[in-house]
Design a protein around this ligand. Structure first.
Ligand code: IMP
Ligand code: MG
Length: 438
C-alpha cells in the first residue's frame, strides 16, 4: 500500500509536516527525486527539524530511502544524519545504488550558469546546490552513482573523466578559474571516505527491489515528493524549474517500483492557501507592497535552504487544475489557512485573461504564461481563531468562510480535502480522514 505526496504548486506547500503525520502508520518513506535543494520543516512539540535530503519520516524512526531518481550530496546526507543523532534520533537511511552523486564542482557550475543566464532573464534562481549540473551529467552518461563510490578503482576512473569535462566547461565556456572544487585527488579522498561510511553502515541498496518486496509483504510506504508541480522539468514553468520530475508519475521511475504500485495507492496533492515562490519567472497572481510584506512575515516565507525572502501571490486555480491533471490527486491537503486569517477578503485567480480570451488552465509555454492576467474572484476572509482548539474539533469547527474557500478549491480539482493545516506543528492539523485508514 502506498501514498504519494506531491507539491501542487511551487514547492514549500508544507509536504514535510503531512508526511510526518501520515508516517505514524507507515513503515518506509521514499524520496524519488531532487536532492538537498528541498527544504522540509517538521515541528514536533517545541522541536523544529529542518531537513533538505533525509526523508521527513526518518525523524519518527521510519526507514528513509533515497531512490535512484535522487541526486545525493553525501556531505549533506551525513551532516543531517549526524545532526539528528546529536538530538537523540537515530535515523535509518538507505540510498539507492543507482542514485547520482553531487560533487563540489557541480555547485560551482550551477552558479556560473545562473550568472551567465541572468542578463537574458533565463536564470532559474536555483538553490545553488549543484542539482541541475548533476542531472545534466546523468543524462550525459558521465555521472557517478552511489554504486560507483563502493568500488574505489572504478570510481577514480570515472571521476577523472568527469572532472576533466567539468573543468573544461568551467574554464572554456564560463571563463572561470578552476579551483580546489575540481581537484581530483582531494575529491577522491573525501568521497572514498563517504563510500566507506556508506558501506560500513550498510546504507546502499537496490531500492526498487527493496521497496517492492516490502510492499508485497504488507509494508506501508510513503513516496515523498520534493519541490512542486510547477517546478517539474516537464510540466512546470520551464526554464524556471528544477531539473527533475516532481510530479507523481516519477514516484515510480525515481524509486524503481511499478507505476501500478503508485496508481493503486493514494496520490495526495499538497496545496498552500496562497502562493509562494523562491525562484524567478512570471507569477500572474503575484502580490507586492505592504500586503505582500505582511503575508510574507505572517507565513514566515523565507527559503528553508537559501533563506531568501519568497515572492508571494494569491491562489492560482489554472495552476492547480494543471497540477490535478498531471498528478491525478485522490485527495488534497490545504495548508497555511491560519496565515490568511484577519487579512481581509481573499482573492483567487479563477481563470486568466489571455489574448482576449478567458482560459482555465496553463498555456503551454512560460512566455505565454507571462502574458496571462489573473481574473479574480473574491471570498470573504476569516478571523484569527484558536487553531489548536479547531484542530481538535475538526473541519466543521473551522470558520464557515474558510470552509467555503476550501470547498471551492476541492471542487475545482475534483478531490477530497483530507487535511487542513492551521499552524506549523503536528497538533495544528485538522485531519478529516487518513488515507486508507491504515
Ligand atoms: P534547483 O532545484 O536548485 O536547481 O532550483 C531550480 C528552481 O527550483 C529554482 O527556482 C528554485 O528556487 C526552485 N526550488 C528548488 N527546490 C525547491 C524547494 O524545495 N522549494 C521551493 N523551490 C525550490
Ligand atoms: Mg521547502
Amino acid at each position: 500500500m502506498s501514498i504519494t505526496i506531491v507539491g501542487s504548486q511551487l514547492g514549500d506547500e508544507g509536504k514535510g509536516r503531512i508526511v510526518d503525520i501520515f508516517c505514524d502508520e507507515a513503515d518506509i518513506v521514499v524520496r524519488y527525486q531532487g536532492g538537498d535543494n528541498a527544504g522540509h520543516t517538521v515541528v514536533i512539540g517545541d522541536e523544529k527539524y529542518q531537513l533538505s535530503l533525509v526523508p521527513s519520516g526518518a525523524i519518527s524512526g521510519k526507514i528513509g530511502i533515497l531512490g535512484n531518481g535522487c541526486v545525493v550530496n553525501p556531505k549533506t546526507l551525513f551532516d543531517e544524519i549526524d545532526g539528528l543523532r546529536k538530538r537523540g534520533i537515530d535515523p535509518k537511511v538507505y540510498v539507492s545504488q543507482r542514485a547520482h552523486i553531487i560533487f563540489p564542482f557541480h555547485k560551482i557550475v550551477d552558479n556560473l550558469e545562473e550568472v551567465a543566464k541572468k542578463e537574458m532573464k533565463l536564470d532559474a534562481g536555483t538553490t545553488g546546490r549543484g542539482i541541475g549540473p548533476t542531472y545534466e551529467d546523468k543524462a550525459g552518461r558521465r555521472g557517478i552513482r552511489v554504486g560507483d563510490l563502493l568500488d574505489e578503482e572504478l570510481f577514480l576512473e570515472k571521476l577523472e573523466y568527469l572532472v576533466q569535462k567539468r573543468s573544461k566547461i568551467a574554464s572554456d565556456v564560463f571563463g572561470s578559474v578552476v579551483d580546489e572544487a575540481f581537484d581530483v585527488e582531494a575529491i577522491y579522498r573525501e568521497y572514498c571516505a563517504y563510500g566507506k561510511r556508506i558501506k560500513n553502515e550498510d546504507m546502499a541498496i537496490v531500492a526498487g527491489e527493496f521497496i517492492t518486496k516490502e510492499i508485497k509483504s504488507g509494508a506501508k510506504v510513503i513516496f515523498e515528493g520534493a519541490q512542486g508541480t510547477s517546478l517539474d522539468i516537464d510540466h512546470g514553468i520551464y526554464p524556471h524549474v528544477t531539473s527533475s520530475n516532481s510530479s507523481s508519475g516519477y514516484a515510480a521511475t525515481g524509486s524503481g517500483v511499478s507505476p501500478r504500485i503508485i496508481g493503486n495507492g493514494e496520490i495526495i496533492g499538497i496545496v498552500k492557501a496562497y502562493l509562494s515562490r523562491v525562484g524567478t519567472g512570471p507569477l500572474p497572481t503575484e502580490l507586492e507592497g505592504e500586503f505582500a510584506d505582511d503575508l510574507r512575515e505572517r507565513g514566515g516565507e523565507y527559503g528553508t535552504v537559501t533563506g531568501r525572502p519568497r515572492r508571494v501571490g494569491w491562489l492560482d486555480m489554472p495552476m492547480l487544475r494543471h497540477a490535478a491533471r498531471v498528478n491525478g490527486f485522490t485527495g488534497i491537503v490545504i495548508n497555511h489557512i491560519d496565515v490568511l486569517a484577519g487579512m481581509g477578503d481573499i482573492k483567487v485567480a479563477e481563470s486568466y485573461e489571455f489574448r482576449g480570451e478567458s482560459i482555465r488552465t496553463l498555456p503551454p509555454t512560460t512566455e505565454l504564461w507571462g502574458e496571462c492576467q489573473a481574473e479574480y474572484i473574491t471570498f470573504p476572509g476569516w478571523p484569527e481563531c484558536d487553531w489548536r482548539d479547531i484542530a481538535e474539533n475538526g473541519y466543521e469547527a473551522l470558520p464557515k468562510t474558510a470552509q467555503d474557500y476550501m470547498d471551492y478549491v476541492a471542487k475545482e480539482v475534483d478531490a477530497d480535502i483530507i487535511a487542513v493545516g492551521v499552524g506549523p506543528s503536528r497538533s495544528e492539523t485538522v485531519l478529516r480522514r487518513r488515507p486508507f485508514n491504515w
